[in-house]
Design a protein around this ligand. Structure first.
Ligand code: GLA
Length: 437
């Protein structure tokens, strides 16, 4: 073989490798939907808990409510079954099958039901001998199982990592991703391998993740509590310089489910979770009892402006940029971009517990916002209360906010398109305003 031929071979290998990346064109913005696990876990006793056991009834009901309660309309479109849907045995021909008693109509019928509602259907499995709850996993039957998913018209696969060899995961998940490609059916691929490898202190190959997965769990499971939400937020902040660069259209870091509307978070704390998840460009996968979500929580989950931040087309993952007086400032660059200046989502999150809302003040320039064209500002959770909405602010303007204990003030700071050389009136009006919110 001449050296020219060797180079040619290497180049074509590289090209072949390239087309074997996950190639489904999906999740260009973070996936939104509903996932059973956090709220329903592995309740399988339908006699005692008929409305809560993991069953086709539960998922049909959740699909109905996603639509009738207005969640689907604002973007929550994936209805995802988590662990404990399976029968303990594969069928005679080796296929996965659902528990007969709890899913008497089978998974294809459930998928059809979900599709008929205009939603998309997701399913949990595990790259191991067993799922985390001990049901059959895909290891050894990957190709057949992926074919079965395609037959069932699955749109989203969450692949967990229990009962597997953590060191082989990179290879196993990549192969699984290639099997998904081969079915020709676009399925969002949610990977769990980094959570397992990070847990063991291993160096995770995020370049491969971004290439072969649409989203990936970086850390342990979320619980229904403020401390759990903040532990995850802190961990993401700790790792942000490394992790954030891998997020973008088609591939996202996943801090786990939204627990808003359940038992553990107050209204203020729920706004914090929604804001930080929006800043992080995180998948918005609710896990709650949709029939029981009180209006004040539903309003948070359905806040269109906050969802718009989460779904921003630039797909840049934001970061925690500042900590002062137990106020954390989170920042995410978003559209529109004018003359090279980004707009921003800014969240002031209070870690305080000293009663009165805490007054905090910082200039736009100190947050790195220095467009000479100025900015307009919207208060995303208190839209009607801000007298300054739609006024112009310069980089010298101060943001002055009052943040409730374990609460948030969440702002959109839009770069202004005005050109001060041409639009002198607007530019002059804009100097040194102070925002009192
Ligand atoms: C793991 C995952 C959870 C959930 C359970 C199911 O713990 O991280 O999200 O899927 O398994 O057993």
């Amino acid at each position: 073989m001449t050296s020219g031929t060797v180079v040619l071979c290497l180049v074509s290998l590289a090209v072949l490798h390239e087309i074997h990346g996950l190639d489904n064109g999906l999740a260009l913005t973070p996936p939104m939907g509903w996932l059973a696990w956090q709220r329903y876990r592995c309740i399988t006793d339908c006699d005692t808990y008929p409305d809560e056991c993991v069953s086709e009834k539960l998922f049909k009901n959740a699909a109905d409510l996603l639509v009738s309660e207005g969640y689907a309309e604002v973007g929550y479109q994936y209805l995802i079954v988590d662990d404990c849907w399976l029968s303990h045995n594969r069928s005679a021909d080796g296929k996965l099958q659902a528990d007969e008693k709890r899913f008497p109509s089978g998974i294809k019928a459930l998928s059809d039901y979900v599709h008929a509602k205009g939603l998309k259907f997701g399913l949990y499995q595990d790259w191991g001998k067993k799922t985390c709850a001990g049901y059959p996993g895909v290891l050894g039957s990957e190709e057949l199982d992926v074919k079965t998913f395609a037959e069932w018209e699955v749109d989203y696969v969450k692949l967990d990592g229990c009962y597997s060899n953590v060191r082989d995961m990179d290879k196993g998940y990549v192969e699984f991703s290639q099997h998904l490609n081969k079915t020709g059916r676009p399925m969002v691929f949610s990977c769990s391998w980094p959570a397992y490898q990070e847990d063991k202190g291993m160096l995770v190959n995020y370049t491969a993740l971004a290439k072969y997965c649409n989203l990936w769990r970086n850390s342990g499971d979320i619980d229904d509590s403020w401390s759990s939400v903040m532990d995850i937020a802190d961990y993401f902040a700790l790792k942000q310089e490394f992790w954030a660069q891998y997020a973008g259209p088609g591939h996202w870091n996943d801090p786990d489910m939204l627990v808003i509307g359940n038992f553990g978070l107050t209204v203020d704390q729920s706004k914090v979770q929604m804001s930080i998840w929006a800043i992080l460009a995180a998948p918005l996968l609710m896990s709650n009892k949709l029939s029981d979500v009180r209006p004040e929580f539903k309003e948070i989950l359905q806040n269109k402006e906050v969802i718009r931040i989460n779904q921003d087309a630039l797909g840049i993952q934001g970061k925690r940029v500042f900590r002062d007086k137990r106020i954390d400032i989170w920042l995410r660059p978003v559209e529109p971009v004018h003359l090279g200046h980004y707009s921003y989502a800014v969240a002031f999150v209070s870690r305080r517990s000293d009663g009165a809302p805490f007054a905090y003040r910082i200039s736009l320039a100190d947050l790195g916002m220095n467009s000479s064209n100025g900015y307009t500002i919207t208060n995303l959770f208190e839209k009607n209360k801000s007298p300054y909405n739609n006024a112009y602010f310069t980089q010298k303007s101060f943001l002055r906010v009052r943040v409730n204990p374990s609460g948030v003030v969440f702002l959109r700071v839009n770069a202004s398109p005005i050109n001060p050389d041409i639009d002198r009136d607007n530019a002059n009006n804009a100097t040194n305003n102070v925002v009192f919110i």
